[in-house]
Design a protein around this ligand. Sequence first.
Ligand SMILES: *[C@@H]1O[C@H](CO)[C@@H](O)[C@H](O)[C@H]1NC(C)=O
Ligand SMILES: *[C@@H]1O[C@H](CO)[C@@H](O)[C@H](O)[C@H]1NC(C)=O
Length: 404
Amino acid sequence: MGSPHWKRLCLLFLAGLTSSLLLYGHYYTTVESPTSQRIIASLLQPELLVLAPPRTSHRTGSRTGTLEGSSESVKSSKPSTELKEPKPRRKQVHHAFASVMARAKADPKFGKIFRFNTPGCSMWDQHFTPETWERLKTRHVPYGWQGLPYRVVGSTLQQLNTSANRHLFNKDAFPRGCIRCAVVGNGGILNGSRQGKAIDEHDLVFRINGAVIKGFEEDVGTKISFYGFTVNTMKNSLIAYEEYGFTQIPQGKDLRYIFIPSDARDYIMLKAAIQGSPVPEGSDKGDKPQKYFGPEASAEKFKLLHPDFLQYLTARFLRSALLNTQYGSLYMPSTGALMLLTALHTCDQVSAYGFITSNYEQFSDHYYELEKKPLVFYANHDMMLEAMLWRSLHRAGIMSLYQR
Ligand SMILES: *[C@@H]1O[C@H](CO)[C@@H](O)[C@H](O)[C@H]1NC(C)=O
Ligand SMILES: *[C@@H]1O[C@H](CO)[C@@H](O)[C@H](O)[C@H]1NC(C)=O
């Protein structure tokens, strides 16, 4: 990287950190509020959220989040074949086994929150219709396309024209039927955990952001099927965790990348990645996607999460009280949370490793730190709400959360 470019990135990152710290005080008072009541309230209000008054622009940061029920959004979401029940295969499932779907449907609380048919989690070329454009341009990223150029969104989605773009994975490739997924967060709880073998035994392994593997194989395993990120979190991870050995985004022939579209730059980078050409515009201009994703440029290698799916997840599972504050427009679930919830909507069985637990204070922020560092609370995430959600899902038997 050229030095001015690097400096700019670093400054941006520092600016982000500083504002996070400034917001921290405010944030902490929010999360200290009666938390168990909050999650119950959040889980029992399953309406979708509408975050954006269309007139204000995302960039000004002055948007105030508002929550309204919206049945319109539900109706107009495209059902995904992927999320429909895999009917023929369910017969093969062993009797002792209950899938995420079966357990979620049977649970009094989560049965009202999960929707397995709509909206689908991936987005592909056929979603770029006038009707979808009109609807999504009224919601800000990552829940919509407000402020994004028509040309940018359209030309990116046009690239996602293979059948592989319509689902995260092909269920037919798993004749055994029950697809077991591990989602590996980067939490300090994994240091010394020796969970590597158990993680690698899953059919599919999701990893996110600064997923250091070298030197931690015994604790976190080596397998990686999906790497989930936003361009912002991916590039910040390369800077912040370089000293711990995160010098390259994981690459591999069978590895698929899951883009979380939280900004125009995600759409722009995705298109460049599929085309195998340098990023033509925006804040990543000149970046060579091969540097991040390896030499293989093809539509099959990349998945894009659907803004409707992100809205559904946020509104139903992680509707934070932060949405009602002046920072509401900045709030979104963490990358790890979005990946774990994506896995819960696509896999038959899900195990979460390295995610926040109630005793998080005993562990370092990340498993690869040499000295214990406290967990960083970013102002745009609600880690306490996420912690309660993982605990509830674990208790309901819908997923298993690694704890110690
Ligand atoms: C997908 O789009 C690319 C680029 O526009 C095109 O070259 C390719 O033929 C298309 N493939 C399919 C299966 O339509
Ligand atoms: C990780 O575990 C090792 C071995 O148990 C320990 O020496 C080290 O201090 C731990 N790192 C952190 C950040 O807690």
